[in-house]
Structures are given as C-alpha cells and as structure tokens.
Design a protein around this ligand. Structure first.
Ligand code: AMP
Ligand code: GLY
Length: 423
C-alpha cells in the first residue's frame, strides 16, 4: 500500500487526502488541519511542517518513505517546491516553478495562449499606471484589470467606470496592495457568459480529464457582493454538453500543453482552465496549476476511480498507461464561512455544533478547511472558509439536497453560506 504526502491545509487538501486514503493507503498531510487528522474514514496524520518549508518537507518525505507527494496550493509550486523534490529524486505531483508561471504570471499565461492560438480575451500588460489608464480610455470594450502575480484570488477587478479603473490601478500599482504581484497589470477585454472550471491531470503529454465543475465565487446569493475564494461548487457544470468538453480539449488543453512542450517546459500536475462560455465558444479566463477549492471537494467526492495510481503515473511521465477517471455521480459542495468573510476581520473562535449529526446524512461528507480543536476538544471556526459540506447523488438535485440537509445540522455564531449553490 502506498504512502502519500499531501501538502496544504484547506478543504481541497482534505478532499485530496480523503480520496487517496479511502482505499486504505497511509496519508500524511503537512501541515493539514485538525479536521483531517480526526477523519475516521481514512488513516491520515497531520505533521506540523509548513507548505513553504521546502527542506522540512523533503526531510519528511524521506523519513516517511513517501511514495508520492501531492501539492494542493499554488504558492509552493510557484516557489519551486516540485523542482526541489525532483532534484532529490522524490516523486511529486505538481508542476515545477517555470511551468507554474501559467498561474503565477497572467502575462506569461497570455503569451503561452497567444503562441498556442488558444481563445482568450484581448489583453495588454502594463507597468506604468498612466499608460494602463490611457489604454482603458482608448479601447471600445469593458475591461477586467488583473494584478500580474499571485493575489490569492483577489487580484481581478471588473471596474464599473473610469473612476473605479483609476482607483484600481492606483491601489495595485502605486499603493502596492499586492506588493510585487501588482506592479505589472494586465488589462483584458471583459468576457460575458457562464463560467466553467475544467481540470485535467497531465504529465505534459497525456491528459486524463476530470468532470466539469462550476464554482460560485461571490459571497452573496445570486452572484452578488465581493469575490471570495469560492462559496460552493457543483459537478458537472450545469448545462454543459459532452461536445463542449471535446471542444475544450482540442482548442484549449492540447494546444496549451503543446506550446509548453515546444518551449521545453515540462508540465506534470493538475492543469485547471477557468473558462468563460461565450457566444463565440469557450475562452480562457485564467489557468491554475492546481485543483480548485471548492471544486476539488465536489469532483473528488463524486469520483469513483482511485486517483492515487493516476497521479503516480503522471508524476513518472507514464500517464498514457493510467486508467481514465470516472465520475460516478453529481456532487454539490456548500462552503460554510465565518462571519465577516471575505473581509480580513473574521469572527472566529466559536464552537461548531452539529458535525456528528451532519455526518449521518447519507452520501454526504464534511471537508474541513478552517477548523481547529479548542482545549475542550470541540471544533471551533478558525479561518475564513471553514467547512465544505458536500453531497452526491444520481442527479444535481439529489446531490444538492443531501449537501443542504447536512448543512442544516451545522451551526456556529456568525456562520454564513449561500443557499443557491448549484441553482
Ligand atoms: P481569475 O482569478 O482570473 O479567474 O478571475 C477571477 C474572476 O474574475 C473570474 O472567475 C471571473 O468571474 C472574473 N474575470 C476574470 N477575467 C475576466 C474577463 N476577462 N472577463 C470577465 N470576467 C473576468
Ligand atoms: N475555486 C477557484 C480556485 O480555486 O481558483
């Protein structure tokens, strides 16, 4: 039986650990969270090594004779964690630093797409705020303003008017809201349509696609209020036909991988295309070099294929021999967040009630993101996004009903969630 090391500490990492561990494999999570450590479905152990502690993680993987390390979040990948592991001869699933620039630099991603002929928004990159502003004034379309570097999902603004555009440029480029990540901005044409997340496993040559999914990014019902890391996700994405998936594979995933290869860039990991389904066909909003959170919770809970051997093949560059991923069912993940989220002032430290009752709802699963145990051994809310309650079933309605039935059992002071996930 294999031993896996999962890097990260959120709901996505809980879902990865759960899916790797449910066949009996040993799973170590660094640093993980108290909810993962207490998950009785799996044999998981959390070790207090930070996701940025490269030497500590290498030491851990060697000491525990880990067969495969799977990286959850983007930051360690963009910092070169996967290269450091490979240099030590350790198997790791996740792209190296250069390949991870597909997420780490919007301008780089756009260059790759241009080289590959992948459909995306018209764009231009700027390091001078006045030039950027003149460009926004000059173009005859609405724009999206994006910080070039990593900004934890908060680096995109869709300005309502020129005043807001000016303020955004000032805050990114003059006031340094995202530090270096915002010194360069990308001004993009604003696209319209429903969004879809499409995530594949790849070794740079072969591709094993996952089911489609859709995230709900805004805090408020009906898609209102500020953007968050994601308040819920469903899989498959509603209203998407199989032919669209073929189209996305042919026009987006395959040419992107071919362009990376042409440049000598080795890509092994999850490749996540954030798409806008426009009237002219699917166009790329962004690439991520990892699974989505909360898409992972929905996708992995719905899937019935053992993903571990597939990731091992991808890490070794032998993905052509791997099985396909089968999604047995529909899934819906509802995120329960702390009061105050997504602002930095969060109301944390409250005891969470009803976790046991929630766990008795059939075909549902509670994934822990921002929970911790207090001195009495009770779970408290300790982050912005706290729990991802996930349901699955033969239909989107069945999945949604199970997720919300389990949600009804859970409560804490200030808890907030959207009632319209999957609608
Ligand atoms: P990103 O981090 O690039 O995915 O952007 C976050 C969110 O901003 C996306 O999920 C979209 O809702 C929105 N967005 C990003 N780029 C565009 C664009 N070119 N047009 C319209 N909306 C966009
Ligand atoms: N749920 C969106 C993301 O993980 O980027």
């Amino acid at each position: 039986m294999s031993t896996y090391l999962v890097i990260g500490s959120g709901g996505r990492e809980h879902a990865i650990a759960w899916t790797l561990g449910r066949d009996g494999a040993e799973v170590i999570v660094a640093p993980g969270n108290d909810g993962i450590a207490r998950d009785s479905d799996i044999d998981a152990r959390c070790v207090d090594v930070d996701a940025t502690d490269v030497d500590g993680l290498i030491e851990l993987a060697e000491a525990e004779s880990v067969d495969l390390t799977v990286v959850g979040p983007e930051a360690p990948l963009c910092d070169g964690l996967a290269d450091a592991f490979r240099d030590e001869g350790l198997a790791i699933f996740g792209p190296g630093e250069e390949a991870a620039r597909l997420e780490g630099s919007k301008a780089f991603a756009n260059e790759i797409m241009e080289g590959a002929g992948v459909p995306t928004a018209r764009w231009e990159a700027f390091t001078d705020p006045d030039e950027a502003f003149r460009h926004i004034e000059a173009v005859d379309y609405n724009v999206a303003i994006k910080a070039d570097g990593l900004a934890a999902g908060k680096g995109v603004v869709l300005p309502e008017d020129l005043d807001e555009a000016r303020e955004t440029l000032d805050s990114f480029m003059e006031e340094g809201r995202f530090g270096e990540a915002g010194e360069r901005v990308v001004i993009e044409e604003r696209l319209e349509g429903p969004e879809m997340s499409f995530i594949v496993v790849t070794d740079g040559e072969s591709v094993v696609p996952m089911a489609t999914s859709r995230d709900h990014k805004r805090i408020g019902e009906g898609g209102t209020g500020p953007n968050t890391g994601g308040m819920g996700a469903v899989s498959p994405a509603p209203g998407v036909e199989d032919s669209l998936v073929d189209d996305v594979m042919e026009t987006i995933i395959e040419p992107t991988l071919a362009e990376l290869k042409r440049r000598g860039i080795d890509y092994r990991g999850f490749l996540y295309a954030g798409l806008m389904l426009t009237s002219e066909g699917p166009k790329v909003l962004e690439f991520n070099c990892r699974m989505g959170d909360p898409e992972a919770q929905a996708l992995l809970f719905a899937g019935n294929t053992s993903i571990g051997p597939i990731l091992q093949h991808a890490a070794q560059g032998t993905l052509q021999y791997a099985d396909d991923l089968e999604s047995a069912s529909c899934a819906c993940c509802v995120v329960l967040a702390s009061g105050g989220y997504p602002s930095p002032e969060r109301d944390t430290g409250h005891v969470i009630s009803g976790l046991k009752a929630a766990s008795t709802v059939e075909e549902s699963k509670v994934f822990h993101a921002g929970t911790a145990l207090n001195d009495q051994g009770d779970f408290i809310n300790a982050g912005g996004r706290v729990i991802g309650v996930t349901g699955r079933g033969d239909s989107p309605e069945a999945a949604r009903n199970r997720a919300y039935e389990a949600v009804q059992a859970i409560n804490w002071t200030g808890m907030q969630y959207r009632r319209d996930i999957g609608r």
